[in-house]
Design a protein around this ligand. Structure first.
Ligand SMILES: O=P(O)(O)OC[C@H]1O[C@H](O[C@H]2O[C@H](CO)[C@@H](O)[C@H](O)[C@H]2O)[C@H](O)[C@@H](O)[C@@H]1O
Length: 373
């Protein structure tokens, strides 16, 4: 089992106090140090989590399948409000702490990385209907006017493009294994891009025949389980169990594992009510982030602030890259406390939209001030 297959067990999900106002108010917490430090209690919880999970493949998948996408508030919990407060202190709202983020961004070039499902669009039962709102599209479009922006998704690139429909963005589909540059450039860059190739990176292309083959096998093997949906994400596959009765999850997992047994070059990980089949190559959303920074010529710059916003376990690879670089900020989208390498949190896509809107507003204001000076 790989790092991506780590899930938060139910007992590590604590209730968060009710959502607060979306704008910074006089009563909002005052900006603290950047990035906010982690408390001893948080570190203890993290250790507990790591002890609970067997990272070498023996932990119960059935258990993790149950907790892979909590959608309701727990009614009973062994954790106290103090734990919730502790989590919130360690992963404060990026909206509440907007002033702090703006201060950190001053004089820096922001580079924006956005996950799709659960970040720009709400989680829905049918993956084909995970549309983003027009308001969200406008917010992303505006962000891309000021900052290089990439969508980094587990979906295949064409599919996520069909949802987002903005030609001015970078798209890293199939968990970053299929990266394409913008097809529409701002005027000032247009000339220098003539002749530049738009597909930038496909590190798993050798796996295409194998992925296609296993896709057909999985369709066949799972067809009798009501509610299963197998999605072909080109360089990886998703087996959705959100609409499968819970009592059939074990059977499904066993079927998927039995198919995979003949393909040691592929690995199985978990996302939100989804089993993901991916090549065993050393590539993930974190690597995609690093690749895109290099492509933008920003890898070794001190004056950049990469911002990555995502909701799922696969996004942790990108949060970790930022943490290890000691540069930029990860923002986890979650209504529930979860173990994460992200620094800040937002509760849901509507808060992501508000955050993007405020970032643009702040940038426009900074440019006006700069012009006057
Ligand atoms: O990296 P992402 O853009 O977040 O993609 C991860 C997976 O997202 C999609 O599945 C998830 O969203 C669906 C629609 O809301 C939901 O029905 C499903 O339960 C979630 O797991 C996508 O369909 C998968 O292929 C991606 O791997």
């Amino acid at each position: 089992m790989t790092k991506q297959s780590i899930v938060v067990p139910e007992e590590m999900l604590f209730l968060i106090p009710p959502p607060a106002a979306k704008t910074v108010s006089a009563t909002a917490p005052q900006p603290g140090p950047f990035p906010p430090p982690r408390s001893a209690a948080f570190t203890a919880n993290y250790k507990k989590l790591m002890t609970h999970l067997d990272l070498h493949g023996n932990s119960s998948w059935a258990e993790t399948m149950k907790t892979s996408s909590p959608t309701h508030l727990r009614t009973s919990t062994s954790h106290s409000e103090r734990d919730d407060t502790d989590w919130n202190r360690n992963h404060p709202s990026a909206l509440y702490r907007f002033e702090e983020i703006a201060a950190a961004a001053k004089g820096k070039k922001i580079v924006m990385f956005l996950d799709y499902d659960g970040t720009l669009s709400p989680i829905v039962d049918n993956p084909d209907s995970a549309f983003m709102s027009e308001a969200m599209r406008a917010a992303v479009k505006n962000v891309a006017r000021y900052f290089p922006t990439a969508i980094v998704s587990g979906r295949c690139r064409d599919k996520v493009y069909s949802f987002v429909q903005l030609a001015e963005l970078y798209y890293a589909g199939s968990h970053g294994m299929d990266i394409k540059g913008p097809t529409k450039w701002p005027k000032k860059h247009r000339q220098s891009r003539v002749g530049a190739k738009s597909v930038l990176c496909q590190p798993a292309s050798a796996f295409l025949p194998m992925i296609n083959e296993i896709y057909s096998v999985l369709l066949d093997k799972t067809k009798l389980i009501p509610g299963v949906m197998v999605e072909n994400n080109i360089f990886c596959l998703s087996v959705h169990f959100r609409c499968v009765e819970e009592k059939r999850w074990i059977v499904l997992e066993e079927k998927v594992r039995s198919v995979l047994a003949s393909y040691p070059e592929l690995k199985l990980t978990q996302g939100r009510k989804v089993l993901e089949i991916r090549p065993t190559i050393e590539w993930d959303k974190g690597k995609a982030l690093e690749f895109l920074l290099a492509e933008l010529g920003l890898s070794d710059c001190n004056d950049i602030l990469p911002v990555y916003i995502g909701d799922d376990r696969t996004d942790e690879d990108a949060f970790k890259v930022l943490r290890d670089r000691g540069q930029g900020l990860g923002i986890l989208v979650s209504k529930f406390p979860k173990e994460t390498c992200a620094t800040y949190s937002l509760k849901e896509p509507s808060e992501v939209k508000e955050f993007l809107r405020r970032l643009v507003e702040w940038k426009q204001y900074s440019l006006r001030v700069q012009k006057k000076a």
